[in-house]
Design a protein around this ligand. Sequence first.
Ligand code: C2E
Ligand code: MG
Ligand code: MG
Length: 762
Amino acid sequence: HDFNRYAEVLFRKDPLLISFSAAKDLVIKYVFPLAGNEKAIGLSYRNTPDQLPMVEEVIKSGQVQMGGPINLVQGGTAFIGRAPIFLPEGKLWGIISAPLNAQLLFKFSEIEQASEHFNIAIRSYDAQGKAGAVFFGDAAVFDSPDKLLSRIYIGGHSWHIAATAKPDNNGLAPNIYLLRGYFIISAVIFSLFIWFRFEQISRQKELQLKRLEDKRLLESVGRVAKIGGWKIDDNLNFIKWSQQSSLALAEAEDFSPATLADLRSYFSEEDYLLWQAKVKQALKTAKAFNIELQVRPKNAQPLWLRIMSDGQRVLNSSCIAGTIQDVTDKILSAQLIEYQASFDSLTDLPNRRSYQERLELAIKNARRSSNRLAVLFIDLDRFKPINDNYGHQAGDQVLVEAAARLKAQLRDSDTVARLSGDEFALIVNNMTHYQDALSIAEKISQAMQQPYQLSSTSAHLSVSIGIALYPDDADSAVLLLKKADQAMYEVKASGRNGCQFYTHEMQLKSEYRHQLRNKLITALQKRELQPYFQPIIDLKSNKISKCETLARWQQENGDFIPPIEFISLAEESGLINQIDLFMLEESSQQLIAMNSATELSINVSPRLFHTKDNALQNWLTAIEKISQSVNITVEITERLLTDDSEKALAILKKFKSIGIKIAIDDFGSGYSSLNYLVKFPVDLIKIDRSFIKNIGIDPSSETLIETILAMAKRLNIEVVAEGIETQAQLTYLQQHNCAYGQGYFLGKPMSRADFHALLKTH
Ligand code: C2E
Ligand code: MG
Ligand code: MG
């Protein structure tokens, strides 16, 4: 259909055309007009020897060529224009050919008329310059010495036209005819022009199609990837601006900025100038750029755009091209990651990492301005029981509230961060006096002691605060924080709820603790710990009825390290669980070896009940086995009962079920509550040494002892008086019917050998 329409147009333009045909794979498939040319259809050039060489020549040259004249199948002579058609991928599709009526050509081009005055001859030369047959006029004209010669190049061929003037009546050759000769040439060129045009048109069509495809492809790729394109010239006028570029700016598709300046209002002045500078630089030096700018569209969320250009001039134009892409998602997620890496998600406070960075910066500033700054290390006291008793949600609520209270106490220039769990830290800048830090600490302490409203109840907390100063205590962030931590530890150790400046002694203490901890680890491995036994006397019969086993650590040099030092250390580091298990196994074995029916009292740290590993399970397994051959009492502290009463109750019930007695150690020293004695299955209480010490000195202590004794009797609980050091104390306790006594006056803690000997003498 297309072929017919095209051919028709061609025919109207050129009356010389006899027909027009297209041969696919060298077999004629289309002919126009079909009427009268039916015979041509199906003709294969391969079977037409007189045309084949020329066809091959055309294919080889790849150009339009003019050949002939030849005898046509359908009769007559013709010149034939032929052109090869290649598919886009370079493969030969076939050949088109158009015979031109030779007679009409000569006639219309006035060669015939000219022949009346000239002797004209035309012959073709092939691409190699070989002369072909003379197809018009007399070949002898070419031999004439005074001939006029002209050449026309047609594809790879050329036609040579030779003319000699026919002597007229007066023997003059009029120049006008020579001019006419050139007209002929023009005519021929004109007909060839049609062919070249045809060829050009078909090429152009192909190209156009490809470009269209490319453009569409680019557009859809741009749309899918949300990448807009733009092209800008030396005057910063946009030559191109794609729809996607408009969308990137949150504008309608038909938005079309004329110049870069039209975009000024979309950006901050700084960002706009950056883009402008980059474009100008690229235009000048072909330097590529890749920038990210923020757009603040009216009535919409801010966007981030990435604008890029390779800085290269676009195909011999004076423009550079670039892309524009919405990278808001990417920027936002990068910001989120950055935020999450620097902020605590629960309290929104800076985390340890960014606290460290801020502290480093603050130190730098303080150094430059010769200022002081303080680091406050804040730890919530007894926060864990809140988590354990009311659940983590309540714990989180307290932390959020605590963070808010801390923030409220600070100046804008100061920083508060959450370091971990219930640890917070402050940076107080520009301190003139170290008392400033103290007054802030006091303010904080007060604020934090206000009740915390939880959904079901309200909770009370206090804080321990350690303070370290720059430059007094340290000049690096790491050291300052460490020293504030040490000072905080000191507050905890001396009973919590307070604040403390860092001192050098703390440093020494902390270093000593560190060394001791390492030594304790090896001591445990080398079994340097040993149980000592202290007798517990039945105050009526004066017999040893029980004993308490106490850990002793004798170093290689013979010195003892007191339990007060290494037990607290072991509790902090979790080593206590190993110690308690060791002491349980070792002391019961030793007692069995002594073949004594004495009851064994062992100490166990509350820490054992909070460990996440299987330390508790191992300990329970061991004690269950041992309790079959030894009468065992477990001494727990009141701390265990207050920290997590539900859990404590479950464990104590478990003890009971395997026949283990439960004693409350140091009764009265801590947060004693008589409630415990009702709520928990307690068999025995050990009155704290501090009360016994006051017998005969402080009447209120005596009242307390008497109350405890009376109450215990009512509840059917046994009582041991701890720390009896004098006869007077012993007598008092005996008079008040205290069942058992323990103390240096009755017997110090002693080695297994000494204890064994003591048992024998009894
Ligand atoms: P505790 O369980 O209250 O043990 C009694 C402490 O009082 C022992 O101190 C003992 O030597 C001391 N003591 C006994 N009679 C007197 C006296 O008349 N006067 C004075 N001033 N003190 C007396 P020790 O052996 O230094 O142990 C201290 C604490 O260390 C123990 O207090 C106990 O809580 C803990 N402890 C000791 N061994 C272990 C153990 O194996 N595991 C655990 N978890 N804690 C242990
Ligand atoms: Mg004890
Ligand atoms: Mg005790």
